[in-house]
Ligand binder design. Structure first.
Ligand code: NAP
Length: 247
């Protein structure tokens, strides 16, 4: 499996799952545009790691919930790295609270960051990919988008939205050889899940058949496969990386 000559844009790649995807794709030969929102220093660190293994890397600070910033990000990737073959929509946030306590702003912020962003990036990138008659779009959803979760109505809605969006776009773009798939991770050890307390983590662990939390690399391995030639007969799929939580 190799990605030599490919260019990937990965949103939210300063840390966690996005960063692991960036490193994995670079190790397979791709040049990478690393998007971040606030943590530019971390993103630069990831870019340097990629440059050290001989690939090109650029950092693009952009808020993915803002259409104009997304359009500029896609344009910059193509200008500076010469192409855009793989888009991984990974940036995401949580703003958890029970429904009756959930503020409108918590609802809007999560939907804008997790779902509107996927519309903006996919629209901008697919224009280019359609012309090239080739492209891979990988959207990071969550098992919460399938199963729901107490305190995460906003997050679950955003992640379920990604699935419906991706299947529709997969159907629209298949004839142009642009493949769209979804990864639905379970519990992956990152800053996002570190916010949970010990008791919450233990309850989750007891529901994982493989009896361990996932690592960002577990998701990155699937993202690499979905970016590669080896997955060229796969589109519109939702694949779980969850240690068997969703069976
Ligand atoms: P994380 O460690 O909290 O990292 C989030 C990333 O998203 C950071 O790079 C952050 O950039 C970026 N980001 C946030 N808001 C942004 C915005 N408005 N514009 C651009 N970038 C933005 O999260 P993670 O755990 O790796 O999660 C990555 C994705 O996987 C998310 O979509 C999440 O919902 C999904 N997921 C995670 C898990 C899990 O267990 N961890 C499970 C299922 C699904 P800065 O560093 O600049 O803030």
């Amino acid at each position: 499996m190799n990605l030599i000559g490919k260019v990937a844009l990965i949103t939210g790649a300063s840390r966690g799952i996005g960063r692991a995807c960036a490193l994995k794709l670079a190790k397979l030969g791709a040049d990478i545009a690393i998007n971040c929102s606030k943590n530019k220093a971390l993103a630069e660190e990831a870019a340097n790691e990629i440059k050290n293994i001989g690939r090109k890397a650029i950092v693009i600070q952009a808020d993915v919930s803002k259409q104009k910033e997304v359009e500029l990000m896609v344009e910059t990737t193509i200008k500076q790295l010469g192409s855009l073959d793989i888009l991984i929509n990974n940036a995401g946030i949580t703003r958890d609270s029970l429904l009756l306590r959930m503020k409108e702003d918590d609802w809007i912020k999560v939907l804008e960051t997790n779902l509107n962003s996927v519309f903006f990036t996919t629209k901008a990138a697919s224009k280019y990919m359609i012309r090239k008659r080739q492209g891979r779009i990988i959207n990071i959803s969550s098992i919460i988008g399938i199963a729901g979760n107490i305190g995460q109505a906003n997050y679950a809605a955003s992640k379920a939205g990604i699935i419906g969006f991706s299947k529709s776009v997969a159907k629209e773009l298949a004839s142009r050889n642009v493949l769209v798939n979804v990864i639905a991770p379970g519990f992956i050890e990152t800053d996002m899940t570190n916010a949970l307390n010990k008791q919450q983590k233990e309850i989750i662990l007891s529901s994982i058949p493989l009896k361990r939390y996932g690592k960002p690399e577990d998701v990155a391995n699937l993202a690499a496969f979905l970016s590669s030639e080896e997955s060229s007969y796969l589109t519109g799929q939702v694949i779980f990386v969850d240690g068997g939580m969703n069976m």
